[in-house]
Design a protein around this ligand. Sequence first.
Ligand code: ITT
Length: 181
Amino acid sequence: MFKLVTHNRHKYEEMRKIVPGLKMVDMEYPEIQANTLEEVVDFSLEYLSKVIGENFIIDDSGLFIEALNSFPGVYSAYVFDTLGNEGILKLMEEKERREAYFKTVVGIRFEGINYKLVGICHGKIAEEPKGENGFGYDPIFIPEGSEKTFAEMSTEEKNRVSHRGKAIIKLAGFMERFGVH
Ligand code: ITT
């Protein structure tokens, strides 16, 4: 069985609904500054393979807002800690187009080889924060086809349409194919 290396328990709770036996290693690790989530994941997998060993996964995610030229994107963690949801909504004042997407890159280290699985969820930035569930940018993101923000959804509802849900369904397929139990 894989171990998820993360400092974010919410990610683990979401993933566990789809891959029940998943373990969590609570750990913060250095992330490089790069232009894509994929590059960040490549670096982290190499770094962590020296610390954790084999057969673990990581999740690097970001929110990409069209009217802000994809900001906060790869800077999502730093921007959440500094500006937060209120800061993002301020930047979005007077913006007519509110399209955005969430992207998750799940990095897998399996028997000495690195793999990456991607999940994307398109939607828009809400006019105001709503909901108490989830974490991070969930109160200000409304996925396509919904009236509710992620924070107004249960974990199961979010997983059905979310970036992470899609990546984890692919992970379940990967585990099936490679016989990881
Ligand atoms: P790690 O320990 O796994 O790195 P993290 O919280 O630092 O956890 P990321 O760098 O992947 O994770 O996340 C970037 C930011 O985006 C961070 O502030 C998260 O709270 C936020 N975020 C990630 N996934 C999200 C989701 O599904 N819904 C809302 N916000 C999310």
